[in-house]
Design a protein around this ligand. Structure first.
Ligand SMILES: *[C@@H]1O[C@H](CO)[C@@H](O)[C@H](O)[C@H]1NC(C)=O
Ligand SMILES: *[C@@H]1O[C@H](CO)[C@@H](O)[C@H](O)[C@H]1NC(C)=O
Ligand SMILES: *[C@@H]1O[C@H](CO)[C@@H](O)[C@H](O)[C@H]1NC(C)=O
Ligand SMILES: *[C@@H]1O[C@H](CO)[C@@H](O)[C@H](O)[C@H]1NC(C)=O
Ligand SMILES: *[C@@H]1O[C@H](CO)[C@@H](O)[C@H](O)[C@H]1NC(C)=O
Ligand SMILES: *[C@@H]1O[C@H](CO)[C@@H](O)[C@H](O)[C@H]1NC(C)=O
Ligand SMILES: *[C@@H]1O[C@H](CO)[C@@H](O)[C@H](O)[C@H]1NC(C)=O
Length: 494
């Protein structure tokens, strides 16, 4: 930071004092449709980008070998948190919820796209029968999951009892806490987001009204293992974000430049998993396929910066680059696929749901069986690739939830040895788990007035949520999860 810039302190209830450089403070929330004046004392927009799969290591190596890239330029005028962790589990759903609510899975209630809720009823059941269903917040809810442009068929939604009445549960009603978008709406700000399928309407927040323009084309509408096809899909997100910068909705109709907007890229994640892609060595040298995907994303980031510049918005926009998750293993020699059935066969007590990737979450029929199941799994820990098994008190301590009290808390969670994936699909990496390559993602916070700074303080991606509210002049304590989980702000101005 520039030493001559004065430091002021914002006071906020129950929250650690935030020291903020005065010149960046947006004191007045006014019109957000107009280009900002040529000065840095009012941040009016935050562009948040998740490059799904992006490791901290990828940023280091890409910026080093591409010094003229947009990522390198954003770092040059950015604060780079190079010791950041995403959520545990590191699935896309809890990973994104961390960034937009400030919460851990126990607080958001969002553990995985596909998991379990012991209190919900099946679609079309009219809430009859025994509660408890697998939750599938994915393409299975679409009218047509092989079409890019589709939407959720409400008849396929789970049901729940509210004051004795049986109602359908939209994805956003599944989320237990409010989002940055809902807080922004409270202040009259404009919001927009793009992500990979219709169930990402979860980002609207429990009110359902947080995001003014939500653009969620279905990625299953393209070949999800073909990097070129997925880049074609990402192009839709790029166009939407460029539209927002140009005061248009994703569909091209008139709009205001949103105060909080952004979205994700999928091509890097697909290139990391693809048998034709991945990394060439344990240091994270990208294969040609992955290198191509990184260049593709970098080019898109360049288009955003150029568009913001052309509109005169660069000075009043903060750009944040992070990732919902990494991808594990980077070192392909560590890869070992184990069939999911081998894992479930080890347990003789009844299982309601087993969620796997490079992680395993067991939801048991009887919570009191978790000790028995844990013993059975640990009896074969080496063969099953188990590093750590969380159950009972260790699960409560690690994840801050209790399966006997919370209908979405797993009974058992498994941290795998690096490289274990419980699948036989042709892929060389996955995420969801608790290893370094899953968790260690970058957070880059960039603005033209920032001087290049690398901060190795340990931070979590959930700190992005309070940060976004505070730079736009809102109180981070408006976020329920920030209060509950005591989520600190990014230590940007300390
Ligand atoms: C679903 O979408 C695909 C791809 O657009 C299309 O070919 C197919 O006809 C659609 N199915 C139905 C039932 O509309
Ligand atoms: C929506 O889902 C219901 C329940 O499965 C099904 O009967 C109906 O045909 C679906 N609607 C369309 C238009 O596909
Ligand atoms: C999808 O793409 C992959 C990789 O490019 C290819 O091997 C596969 O055949 C494609 N699948 C279909 C159904 O086209
Ligand atoms: C991958 O997708 C691209 C773009 O849709 C297509 O041209 C190419 O044939 C596909 N490759 C495979 C192997 O399916
Ligand atoms: C747990 O409870 C179930 C149902 O009451 C019972 O059948 C089972 O034996 C119990 N298991 C243990 C380990 O106590
Ligand atoms: C470990 O798993 C293998 C494969 O499922 C099985 O054959 C073996 O009996 C198991 N060993 C123990 C001690 O449970
Ligand atoms: C990253 O954070 C961890 C946990 O606080 C700490 O042990 C480690 O030293 C940090 N790494 C660096 C490079 O500072």
């Amino acid at each position: 930071m520039n030493d001559s810039q004065s430091i002021v302190t914002i006071h906020s209830k129950n929250f650690s004092k935030l020291s903020v450089v005065a010149s960046l403070l947006c004191l007045a929330i006014t019109s957000h449709a107009l280009p900002c004046e040529k000065k840095v004392d009012d941040i009016k927009h935050v562009l948040l980008i998740s490059v799904d799969g992006l490791h901290q290591k990828d940023v280091d190596s890409f910026s080093k070998s591409n010094p003229d890239s947009t990522i390198a330029k954003l770092l040059h005028t950015g604060v780079y948190f190079n010791n950041a962790s995403t959520s545990k589990p590191s699935d896309s759903f809890p990973g994104l919820m961390a960034q937009v609510t400030g919460g851990i899975p126990a607080t958001t209630g969002v553990w995985y796209d596909n998991a379990w809720d012991g209190s919900l009823f099946p679609a079309g059941s009219n809430c009859k029968g025994t509660p408890g269903i697998p939750t599938t917040w994915d393409e299975s809810l679409d009218f047509n999951s092989t079409a890019v442009f589709t939407s959720i068929n409400d008849s396929l939604l789970p049901e729940r009892l509210v004051d004795g009445e049986c109602v359908k549960v939209q994805p956003y009603e599944f989320l237990r806490v409010n989002t940055i978008f809902e807080v922004a709406k409270k202040y009259g700000l404009v919001t927009a987001w793009t992500d990979k399928l219709p169930a990402y309407s979860i980002i609207r927040g429990p009110s359902g009204t947080g995001v003014d323009d939500l653009f969620v084309p279905e990625i299953s509408g393209v070949n999800k293992t073909n990097v070129t096809a997925v880049e074609g899909y990402d192009e839709l997100h790029i166009k939407a974000i460029l539209n927002w910068i140009n005061s248009l909705k994703a569909d091209g109709s008139p709009f205001s430049v949103p105060a909080i907007f952004g979205g994700n890229f999928q091509s890097v994640s697909v290139a990391q998993k693809s048998t034709a892609g991945g990394y060439l060595d344990a240091n994270g040298t990208p294969s040609a396929v992955l290198k191509g995907a990184l260049e593709y994303v970098d080019d898109a980031l360049g288009q955003f910066v150029d568009a913001l510049d052309k509109k005169g918005l660069l000075d009043c926009t903060i750009i944040i680059i992070s990732a919902k998750h990494g991808q594990s293993p980077i070192d392909r020699t560590k890869l070992k696929e184990i069939p999911k059935a081998t894992l479930s066969a080890q347990v003789t007590v009844p299982i309601n749901q087993l969620t796997v990737d490079d992680v395993a979450l067991f939801y048991l029929k009887n919570h009191n069986d978790s000790g028995v199941a844990a013993k059975q799994l640990l009896a074969n820990a080496t063969l099953l690739g188990i590093t750590t098994l969380y159950e009972g008190q260790s699960l409560i301590d690690e994840f801050h939830c209790n399966p006997c009290e919370d209908s979405r808390c797993p009974d058992i969670a498994i941290k795998t040895n690096v490289g274990i994936i419980y699948s036989t699909a042709p892929k060389i990496a996955e995420h969801g788990g608790f290893n370094e390559d899953d968790l260690h993602v970058p957070i880059i916070v960039s603005h033209p007035t920032f001087e290049c700074k690398v901060d190795s303080t340990f931070v979590e991606t959930r700190s992005i949520a309070p940060f976004i509210l505070s730079v736009l002049g809102m109180d981070p304590n408006e976020l329920e999860a920030v209060c509950k989980d005591q989520t600190p702000n990014l230590p940007l101005f300390e």
